[in-house]
Design a binder for this molecule. Structure first.
Ligand code: PMP
Length: 457
């Protein structure tokens, strides 16, 4: 179909996620037509490198035939089976077992969801069940981290600490609390790693003290904060926060929706941190975007406690599509691809990506380069010493940077505060990583010529 008529139909009928309705209508949709490996082609025939793997999810890359085959075979044989009434299907059972075998420690019990937001909401409910079962229903307060993102359904949006997900929705709820982020580049306590760890552990203790430690149910954290601008905590930060939680008897939840499935190197980032969370949420790379699916992992003690507390009573939480057989078949195949070489390639290319982006530090607009593995960000400033953010007029909510990159054959995330986010597929070649770096430099050079930036320099 002609692009123009699609743009018009989109304008009239399709409501886009995280969009301003009328702003989107004015800009119009860019229609993606096909994709292979790390490259996407749009309806106009422009070929781009997808430096963001869709929405940090197509970790295995596009065009993986074996995944297509697995989905087709599952659709033919059994497109759907409910998990209600004691029924089930082979693919979700096998996927749960394969994942449990690979997850850190005894995170042996898996509840499947449709994506990350409902995985977070499910975790909140399981945690409440857990404390009821323990005979401590007063433990109903939740703590998360400023700049964190945990989804946009109700409970997840409240744990999220980005104002755009709160305004007008009555969230965060009064049982949801935040502590400051570790954000090293703009931390009021400075960038010293030990200082940041000390400040964060003190903030968590102080928040627990303020709420009453016996009232705190859980602490939610991303191993690397994604949607807040790819904020990487200092080495040892996660472990130190885990230790405070253990000491205070607070459940520790690692939200690995972005960091899971090879994004930072290992299958799960918690592995690298040497911790075992009490619960862990995943999505995105679980199916590499070929089908929607997320999951909540529970450690054995969490699962057993909930089970004992409930006895023969039903736990009132369930989705029609929990453990969808087609998504599960996709997940099983994607896991094979990760272990058949993609994780190794991702680690190699991750090092290349980080080194390449670090090489952009000499650019006058680059204030900070950070990341781990195939997850990275470049934070732009007009004054390196003062760390002055780019003027809002030169950002237009990030769209100017996004458009400039797109017009130069690169898809990246352009955060509203002037941060470029990178999360390429793990299948990238050396040449593709180098192209991402070259095109990013071009975007930076063109940004330097923007009249609104010139004025601010
Ligand atoms: N948690 C984290 C850490 C995320 O990054 C996201 C999505 N970017 C979510 C939860 C929500 O996932 P979904 O969009 O699949 O609902």
């Amino acid at each position: 179909m002609l692009t123009n008529s699609l743009v018009e139909l989109d304008r009239r009928h399709l409501v886009h996620p995280l969009s301003s309705f009328h702003g989107h209508e004015a800009r119009g949709v860019r229609v993606m037509r096909s994709a292979q490996g790390a490259r996407v082609t749009d309806n106009e025939g422009h070929e781009l490198i997808d430096g963001f793997a869709g929405l940090w999810c197509v970790n295995a890359g596009y065009g993986q035939e074996s995944v297509v085959e697995a989905a087709m075979a599952q659709m033919r044989e059994l497109p759907y089976a409910t998990g209600y009434f004691g029924l089930g299907a082979e693919a979700p059972i096998r996927l749960a077992a394969e994942l449990a075998e690979r997850a850190p420690g005894d995170l042996d019990h898996v509840y499947f969801t449709l994506g990350g937001s409902d995985a977070v909401d499910s975790a909140v409910r399981f945690i409440r069940y857990y404390w009821h079962s323990k005979g401590q229903p007063e433990r109903d307060q939740f703590i998360s981290v400023a700049q964190g993102f945990h989804g946009s359904t109700s409970a997840g949006a409240g744990l999220t600490a980005l104002p755009v997900f709160h305004e007008g929705f009555g969230v965060p709820y009064d049982w949801q609390h935040k502590i400051p982020s570790h954000y090293a580049y703009r931390n009021p306590v400075g960038s010293d790693e030990a200082g940041i760890i000390a400040a964060s552990t003190a903030a968590l203790r102080a928040k627990a003290e303020e709420l009453g430690p016996e009232r705190v149910a859980a602490f939610f954290v991303e191993p690397i904060q994604g949607s807040g601008g790819v904020l990487v905590p200092p080495k040892g930060w996660i472990k130190a926060m885990r230790e405070v939680c253990t000491e205070l008897g607070i459940l520790f939840v690692a939200d690995e929706v972005i960091t899971g499935f090879g994004r930072t190197g290992p299958l799960f980032a918690s592995e690298e941190e040497g911790i075992v969370p009490d619960l862990m949420t995943v999505a995105k790379g679980l199916t590499s975007g070929y089908a929607p699916m997320g999951a909540v992992f529970m450690r054995d003690h969490v699962y057993q406690t909930i089970g004992e507390g409930a006895g023969q009573k039903l736990i009132g939480h369930g989705f029609t599509y929990s453990g969808h057989p087609v998504s599960a078949a996709v997940g099983l195949e994607v896991l094979k691809l990760y272990e058949g070489g993609l994780l190794d390639n991702g680690r190699r290319q991750g090092a290349r990506l980080q080194a390449g982006l670090a090489g952009l530090s000499d650019h006058p607009l680059v204030g900070d380069v950070r990341g781990r593995g195939m997850l990275a960000a470049v934070e732009l400033v007009t004054d390196e010493d003062k760390k002055t953010p780019l003027p809002a007029a030169a950002l237009e909510g990030g769209t100017r940077l996004f458009d400039r990159a797109y017009e130069n054959g690169l898809i990246v995330r352009a955060f509203a505060q002037g941060i470029l986010g990178f999360a390429p597929p793990l299948c990238c070649t050396d040449a593709e990583i180098d192209e991402i770096i070259d095109r990013t430099r071009r975007v930076l050079d063109l940004t330097l010529e923007d009249p609104e930036i010139r004025e601010a320099l």
